[in-house]
Design a protein around this ligand. Structure first.
Ligand code: BES
Ligand code: MN
Ligand code: MN
Length: 459
């Protein structure tokens, strides 16, 4: 594909410029204050497809809009559905950013901005590869359906509903998602598994107001003490989650899977150094990659109570709260975990404390085929663009909609991450390598060609 490669080469600067345009839009989906910016990002994405002449619609949902576009129909050719998200995570703590999150800046070959890697930069590779085909060849070799949503980072249900209600219209041969990472620098990967999630919030209430901790302490249940005790009761000293039934449905690792994980080169010393910890921790009896990819976990994501200002204030707080998540592995059912959790927390909640448990979102884990014709096509495309074949890996993160695609549409989902594990997704100083941006775009352009010779059920 010399002409397409040449086009991609000649337009690199403009692609980077356009990525920066999108990165300037503060499309933070979790914060209602940024509603207009989220809508603006949707229009920007839709504008990209309109320029290519694709029929495009901005679909309103109960939450943020969904961008839906289609390439011109190629009879007899397979159809790929391309998924991505244009919304981003909040940017706090702002003071830790070297340059402001919505003023994209290039340093050391990387663009720094919120959403650079997750997912604006990765998503755009598929838009630009489609542009290259349309401009150079006047057509794509396959049919593409783009679904780019604005509610991924806030757990919105708009896209899931749209997929369920439009399954005939969305019939396809495979789904393509670039919203994950390579295994390491110059080590592209095909991601074959994602974890699921249950995200919970616990609020504890004790006395009807903050009290003097000397006058009342010792006689009144303290919600902050209770919170610490209850959160600690959910895991033991061996790293095993203490929710009854939690492990009942966990798919055990096969020997072959353990060998495959062990064959991947993880440098634990470098890993520890990169995140500034002196030791790694987790469930006993499992390696780091097993803990990250194939074992369920429990992590407190935030907690608050009492006095947090300067100096000391002797107070017995009236309320305490925490947000925490369980990462789930295939076969674990979020709704079942929630019921078991509610029961466990009720049991360990001390007298004099009232608890309220809210579930923010949930989703099952997923495994995808490593040897379908579509996966093999993706492997060939990646090898041509990156100069090295992909490794087969998994990710510890979650993309709940992937389960909906695989179950409702009944197709393979290709998880082709162009990011890196140290891109600082969800953290200050998020970045994306521009070399990976361009290699990802080239791999995407080849993928359409490679998929063209795959079987199709929807000609
Ligand atoms: N792109 C990530 C998912 C991801 C994270 C894939 C790490 C591979 C490695 C996605 O945007 C994300 O952040 N997902 C959330 C899901 C949640 C909001 C329902 C997550 O994993 O926390
Ligand atoms: Mn993402
Ligand atoms: Mn994310």
């Amino acid at each position: 594909m010399p002409n397409i490669d040449q086009y991609l080469d000649e337009n690199k600067d403009r692609f980077e410029h356009e990525l920066c345009e999108l990165l300037q839009i503060a499309s933070i989906s979790a914060d209602p204050q940024y509603r207009d910016e989220v809508a603006q990002a949707a229009r920007w994405v839709a504008g990209q497809f309109e320029k290519l002449g694709f029929p495009t619609e901005i679909v309103p949902t109960g939450g943020h809009p969904l961008v839906h576009a289609r390439s011109p129909h190629v009879p007899g050719a397979p159809t790929a559905l391309v998924y991505g998200h244009y919304d981003v995570q909040p940017v706090v703590p702002l003071e830790l950013w070297t340059t402001p999150p919505f003023e994209p800046t290039v340093r050391d070959g990387c663009v720094y901005a919120r959403g650079a890697s997750d997912d604006k930069g990765q998503m755009l590779t598929h838009v630009k590869s489609a542009e290259a085909w349309m401009t150079v060849e006047g057509r794509l070799p396959i049919n593409l359906i783009f679904l780019i949503e604005g509610e991924e980072e806030c757990g919105g249900q708009g896209l899931a509903t749209f997929v369920q209600e439009n399954r005939e219209q969305l019939a396809c041969d495979c789904v393509v998602v670039s919203d994950s990472s390579q295994f390491g620098p110059d080590r592209p990967a095909i991601t074959c598994g994602l974890r699921g999630i249950v995200y919970a919030e616990l609020r504890l209430t004790g006395p009807n107001r903050d009290l003097h901790s000397g006058s009342f302490g010792g006689a009144v249940a303290n919600p902050a003490n209770a919170l610490a005790k209850m959160l600690a009761a959910l895991v033991d000293e061996h790293g095993r989650v203490q929710v009854p039934g939690f492990y009942d449905d966990v798919a055990p690792l096969t020997d072959k899977q353990r060998q495959q994980f062990a064959s991947l080169p993880l440098d634990e010393a470098a890993y520890k150094a990169s995140i500034g910890v002196s030791a790694l921790a987790g469930e006993e009896g499992f390696t780091t990659l097993e803990r990250l990819w194939a074992r369920p976990t429990y992590d407190v994501c935030g907690m608050w109570s009492g006095y947090q200002g300067e100096g000391a204030k002797t107070v017995l707080p009236s309320v305490a709260g925490a947000k925490f998540s369980f990462r789930l592995v295939p076969n674990q059912e979020p709704s079942k975990i929630v019921e078991e959790l509610r029961q466990k927390l009720t049991e360990v909640c001390p007298p004099g404390i009232q608890m309220e448990l809210t579930i923010h979102h949930g989703g099952r884990g997923v495994l995808v085929s490593e040897d379908s014709p579509y996966t093999l096509a993706a492997a060939r495309a990646i090898e041509q663009a990156f100069g090295t074949p992909p490794v087969y890996a998994r990710e510890g993160g979650s993309i709940p909609i992937v389960v909906v695609f695989s179950e409702v549409l009944g197709v393979d989902v290709l998880l082709l991450g162009w990011g890196q594990g140290d891109d600082n997704a969800h953290s200050p100083n998020e970045k994306f390598s521009l070399a990976d941006f361009h290699r990802g775009t080239r791999a995407s352009a080849r993928l359409w060609e490679e998929l063209a010779s795959c079987p199709t059920k929807h000609a």
